[in-house]
Design a protein around this ligand. Structure first.
Ligand SMILES: [Zn+2]
Length: 81
């Protein structure tokens, strides 16, 4: 297996949808290839963030500041119209 194949099979691998033999090939490649390990790791974390059944809520103060910033921006924008 080469790096390109790893990238192609990456989502199936993370879904657990790969055949055992292909998965073994892929894992052997990951063992040797630091670049692909990094890609798999990053992708897995990204998927966990976006597909988590319990989304991480924004802390209240962050949400309020974000909200205030958006309102402020909206006000400024509407003044220029
Ligand atoms: Zn690789």
């Amino acid at each position: 297996m080469n790096c390109k194949k790893v990238i192609l099979e990456l989502t199936s691998y993370l879904d657990g949808a790969l055949d055992a033999s292909v998965r073994l090939d892929l894992e052997q490649h990951l063992f040797r290839c630091k670049d692909c390990r990094l890609v798999v790791d990053t992708t897995r974390k990204t998927i966990q963030i976006f597909c988590n059944s319990e989304p991480v809520p924004l802390p209240d103060d962050v949400r309020e500041r974000l909200h205030a910033a958006l309102i402020e921006r909206f006000r400024r924008d509407s003044k220029t119209i």
